[in-house]
Design a protein around this ligand. Sequence first.
Ligand code: GLN
Length: 305
Amino acid sequence: MKELLEKVLDDCRVHIRHGAVATYIPELAKADKNEFGIAVVSSESKLVCAGDFDKGFTMQSIIKSIILLMALIDNGTDPVRDLVGVEATGKPFDAFNYSDQALNCEHINPMINTGAIALCTLIKGRSYREKFERLLDLTRLISGNPDMQVDEQVYMSEKQTGNKNRALAYMLKAYGMISDDVEEVLDCYFRACSVRATTVDLARIAMAFANGGISVVDGKKLFDRNYARYVNAVMMTCGMYDGSGEFALSVGVPAKSGVGGGIMAVVPGRMGIGIYSPALDPKGNSIAGIKALEKLSENLELSIF
Ligand code: GLN
């Protein structure tokens, strides 16, 4: 397996030059485009890694899967489904142009910015700081890594310059989809996007989703199987934004990408995969990361279809 992962990285490295690191906030623009790593955790809890597997990067949109999970754990499925829909938008993750004049739950899903920002309001906690701390604790629990932390520089950069997200959040408020203070809701979202992870953390989180919420390390129940199904289904149709259909064809497993360059891929019942390569395609997905998943899917017959 290790040789396969190394070969996949070698074969896919050429694609890095066709991508560009995220520049919407200054901190992310500092990423080293050539870093490329992968980690795979199997259902027997065996870990295999290659390349820059231990480099840290911010989870960015990958945390949306855990925001959704936390909202489900705290409220059950109905309140979550009533606030944020599950249909793919076919539009960029930070799009403004909704098809109707009004914005409602059917126009958004948990994997785009508006959906994730709205779901932060459903996380339980007396303050948005407490909501975030509970989200971070859940992330640490599922990854099995109690040391996961916020990257303070990225967080400050998101908070100071993330005006597009600010605009999206005010739009949610204008249409009555959030009632709390917008800056507080956004603070939780910005911190969440700035949680640092490695490919190993992503692979372990993915394996928990692949195994119906049961830890492959000690057999403990981390979360309800129905919630794993919910999150996996939404990742399958919306996790790679407006590239989700193409990804379903070429790779064929639930996955979530982030503009930090990470991709978390869930192979139900079989494995969890974490990839890092910060050069992105125009849709904001790791360009070499997708190629690597295509190769792996081909070699190991990972597609669920
Ligand atoms: N922090 C990013 C943003 O809000 C997350 C989006 C992403 O990773 N695609 O724009």
